[in-house]
Design a protein around this ligand. Structure first.
Ligand code: FES
Length: 116
């Protein structure tokens, strides 16, 4: 029986990511380099692939943050799609109803790890 090996990559110390803060990190998607981002919203840590569901562009492209100015949502800087931070669901915009791709994370001894 084949048992896939789990790999872990340390992303950050959990206390570095306070509410409203984000951190980008490298990932591999289908064997190619890509990017993820870690965020804390209402005390909860979440991580998603940094790719809009409208077009294959980074949410923060060309240069900008992930949160809306009021801090209540993620926003795609390209065409202003609005995403719910805790679920990744696009609540408004050209990709409404679709969701960001979540990345599995785990907090171990105060450190945030990406589980691959
Ligand atoms: S690329 Fe994100 S809303 Fe268009």
């Amino acid at each position: 029986m084949y048992i896939p090996r789990m790999a872990k990559m340390k992303i950050a110390r959990a206390d570095e990511i306070t509410d409203g803060k984000t951190l980008k990190f490298p990932i591999t998607r289908k064997g190619r380099p890509a990017e993820g981002f870690l965020a804390r919203f209402q005390g909860q840590l979440v991580a998603y692939e940094n790719q809009c569901r409208h077009l294959p562009l980074s949410l923060d492209f060309p240069a900008g943050g992930f949160f809306t100015p009021d801090g209540n949502h993620f926003i795609c800087q390209n065409h202003n799609a609005i995403y719910e931070p805790l679920t990744g669901l696009c609540a408004r915009g050209p990709c409404e109803g679709q969701s960001l791709k979540p990345l599995p994370i785990e907090v171990i001894n105060g450190e945030v790890w990406l589980i691959t």
